[in-house]
Ligand binder design. Structure first.
Ligand code: PRP
Ligand code: URA
Length: 208
């Protein structure tokens, strides 16, 4: 049991994740499954978000309902985060979207940040940072640092598959950021790929 790591091992998510991992799954189905898992994870990821009372009139009488208290910003890490963020957006359609472009250098595995576009009031919102893969943790840590520089105070990292090395690296720099994942895999290989993993998420989403 790791601190601040929440593995969502719901049987429906696990079934979809197994299909997604299968190398015979082509990009159209891969994209659909990734978005479906993103949607399903939202229930658990948002479970502790505060709500505010809102008086309404039903067709029969007045009542007080509950609605999310804070605005929400989804921030996918380009490219692969886009493939999951769509599914998250389906459940949180009022969310605004920021984008962070980060890729890792194939040789050094160091994160290279190349694009940043965030809503101006992102600091006042609940932020979900989205990337299906947490491998060495370099890209995720760099993205969290960029969001902190933008003033974000409340964020969660939402991924699909996490490597133990990536969890450790992200929490070494940012221990207060909760990591939500559907699986914690065994280890990284010599090239920084997650084992057993699902391969290169970006390539499988976009068919590159
Ligand atoms: C993948 C993935 C993460 C990163 C994880 O992106 O989507 O962003 O690798 O690896 P790390 O934890 O070791 O940093 P990639 O660099 O392949 O870029 P892409 O999404 O544009 O293909
Ligand atoms: N990025 C991916 O897309 N897959 C991995 O296994 C590691 C990093």
């Amino acid at each position: 049991m790791q601190t601040n790591v929440i593995q969502i091992d719901h049987p429906v998510i696990q079934t979809k994740l197994t299909e997604l991992r299968d190398f015979a799954t082509e990009h159209r189905k891969f994209r659909a499954l990734l978005n479906e898992i993103g949607s399903l994870m939202v229930y658990e990821v948002t479970r502790d978000w505060p709500t505010t009372a809102r008086p309404i009139q039903t067709p029969l009488e007045r009542m007080t309902g509950q609605v999310l208290s804070r605005k929400v910003t989804l921030v996918p890490i380009l490219r692969a985060g886009l493939g999951m963020a769509e599914g998250v957006l389906r459940l949180l359609p009022d969310a605004r979207m920021g984008h962070l472009g980060v890729y890792r250098d194939e040789k050094t595995l160091e994160p290279i940040s190349y694009y940043q576009k965030l809503p101006p009031d992102i600091a006042e919102t609940e932020v979900l940072l989205i990337d299906p893969m947490l491998a060495t943790g370099g890209s995720g840590s760099a993205a969290v640092t960029l969001l902190k520089k933008a003033g974000v105070l409340s964020m969660k990292f939402v991924c699909l598959v996490a490597a133990p090395e990536g969890i450790q690296a992200l929490h070494q720099q940012h221990p207060e950021v909760p990591i939500y994942c559907a699986a914690i895999d065994r280890q990284l290989n010599a090239k920084g790929y997650i084992l057993p993993g699902l391969g290169d998420a970006g390539d499988r989403i976009f068919g590159t």
